[in-house]
Design a protein. Structure first.
Length: 324
């Protein structure tokens, strides 16, 4: 039986980007609870194995055991996979279909050396003929919403338009364009003109991504590129509340309000990690990861940031946060 068809993503939708090591179950639960203004979220990528296959419970765990039971969350979350020609893509996609995940996203942007050496992620953009085969295979075996997240090229942008056309031809229903090549890595500024180009040639919605740090950036990307929606990664890690600020037309928050938000966010995040019985070591590591951009640009915070990074225990870390 075919999976249910999700309705078209509305214009102006805001996406919280997939981030490896960040957007796990506890993190997404915190975002869903505190910042429902994000219209859509994404899991970080699940690597398709090149030997054997994952048990279904491993796939569910990647999404989150509790979240998997909530159909409204399933409908709002891209389940992302990272694959290559060497991997067992069909087996994985069939399992995802059997589990009735309504939305599958393919990672065609990861820049990591290991991933590219294994011919996955952004490396796939070096050969559109073979990428087409992989995309076609996924489309044939997955009846839900199929989206792809791409960069504008690997080491040049000459194939960019062809990549957008190919994804359209192969039945991809939504394309996120991270406006950098693999060689650009995370270099500033992202090249939004490519998002505009994609919008002009694509029949399916284009979601723009790259360098959104404030509610004004969100507005500018929608206006300048004509994209259908915007995805935010590091800017959303720095300020998970920016979707709310954007929707409330609150274009500037003052420092005390930001400190209040940071504490509120971390209190909830810590609770979700504790509910999942994460070890103190894991709790400290995750708390450090998610706060790594939060204090950037806020007053004289160098010393506080240094103390947070060097903190050795959960109570030490959180007493610094409480003192903000
Ligand atoms: C820590 C981190 C982890 C990431 N993990 C993923 C991932 O699992 N899948 C993915 O498609 N992109 C991943 N990305 C890329 C982001 O989703 C996004 O495309 C990129 O950071 C550009 O957006 P930004 O300028 O808003 O940060 C990651 C980025 C960061 C900073």
């Amino acid at each position: 039986m075919e999976l249910k068809k999700l309705p078209q993503v509305p214009y102006g939708s805001l996406f919280f980007a997939p981030m490896e090591g960040i957007t796990d179950e506890a993190f997404r639960k915190t975002i869903l609870k505190l910042y429902p203004e994000w219209d859509y979220l994404a899991t970080d990528f699940l690597r398709v194995p090149s030997a054997g296959k994952y048990p279904k419970k491993h796939i569910i765990r990647h999404f989150g055991l509790e979240l998997f039971e909530m159909s409204w969350v399933l409908d709002r979350t891209m389940f992302q996979i990272l694959t290559s020609h060497k991997a067992f893509t069909i087996e994985m996609v069939k399992q995802i279909e059997d589990l009735k995940f309504p939305w599958l996203d393919m990672n065609i942007g990861c820049p990591s050396n290991t991933v590219c050496k294994n011919q996955g992620g952004s490396f796939l953009l070096t050969n559109l003929v073979s990428l087409r085969t992989l995309v076609k295979t996924i489309r044939e075996h997955f009846s839900g919403r199929f989206s792809c997240k791409i960069r504008i090229g690997y080491n040049h942008t000459e194939n960019f338009e062809d990549s957008i056309k190919m994804l359209n031809d192969e039945g991809v229903e939504l394309i996120t364009v991270h406006a950098r090549t693999r060689d650009d890595m995370y270099k500033l500024p992202a090249r939004w003109s490519f998002i505009e180009k994609a919008v002009k040639i694509s029949q399916v919605p284009i979601i723009g991504n790259g360098d959104i740090w404030s509610p004004s950036d969100l507005k500018n990307m929608l206006e300048q590129t004509g994209c259908h929606g915007v995805m935010v990664a590091r800017g959303a890690l720095k300020a998970p509340w920016i979707a709310r600020c954007f929707k409330e037309n609150n274009f500037k928050m003052n420092d005390p309000e930001i400190y209040h938000e940071i504490k509120h966010f971390l209190k909830n995040y810590r609770q979700h990690l504790e509910d999942e019985n994460v070890t103190p070591r894991g709790l400290l590591k995750q708390s450090k990861s998610v706060t790594r951009f939060m204090l950037d640009g806020l007053g004289e915070t160098n010393e506080i940031r240094r103390k947070l990074v060097l903190s050795q225990t959960v109570s030490e870390f959180y007493s610094i946060i409480d003192g903000l």
